[in-house]
Design a protein. Structure first.
Length: 185
């Protein structure tokens, strides 16, 4: 029962951290990152497809993304999709590839992005605390039903709190790195 509760907590917390990493990968830090275009959907032959399925995205330098379509006929649709994604990017195509220049960030935009990063971090911490609460409730119910002893309950709660503290510190580290990337970028 103790292992189940700890596993439940760890799984929930690790999912929260992975979700945070994915969300922060989409936050523009001033330098080109192919992950910025992960959510772009392209209308290709009447079907909405993720950009990854119709093209490759590379970052040849810190201020440029290059999107190379698998099929040249989809280049206008790719350009349109990037424009419509409201990422603040202005793509242009030369007939063979779509170039997406990444404009430098203004000071106000940097502050907005750091606020956004903190919001994502707080959401991750809320998810971590929720996973802790669910695991603790499971342990308390098991103790109430006499499935585990009071000592086991205390040990389990302490273990789960330890995992919670570790994951929360990990989230703080991730946020700190992203914030530094945005402010230095």
């Amino acid at each position: 029962m103790l292992e189940e509760a700890e596993e439940l907590a760890k799984d929930g917390m690790e999912k929260a951290v992975e979700r945070l990493k994915k969300e922060l990968g989409r936050v523009r830090a001033g330098r080109a990152n192919p992950g910025m275009l992960d959510d772009v959907k392209v209308d290709s032959y009447g079907t909405q497809l993720p950009l990854k399925q119709v093209a490759t995205v590379t970052a040849p330098d810190a201020r440029m993304l290059v999107v190379k379509a698998f099929d040249r006929n989809t280049i206008p649709a790719i350009e349109r999709a990037i424009n419509n994604a409201q990422l603040g990017l202005n793509p242009n195509n030369d007939g063979t590839v779509v170039r997406v220049p990444i404009p430098p960030l203004t000071e106000d935009r940097r502050k907005d992005l750091t606020k956004q990063v903190h919001d994502h971090g707080e959401n991750a911490k809320i998810a971590i605390r929720q996973a802790r609460r669910e695991a603790n409730d499971l342990l308390k119910k098991a103790e109430k039903d006499k499935d585990i002893s009071e000592d086991d309950l205390k040990r389990g709660l302490d273990n789960i709190q330890s995992v919670t503290d570790t994951q929360s510190k990990f989230v703080d580290d991730i946020i700190g790195k992203k914030e530094k990337e945005i402010l230095d970028g």
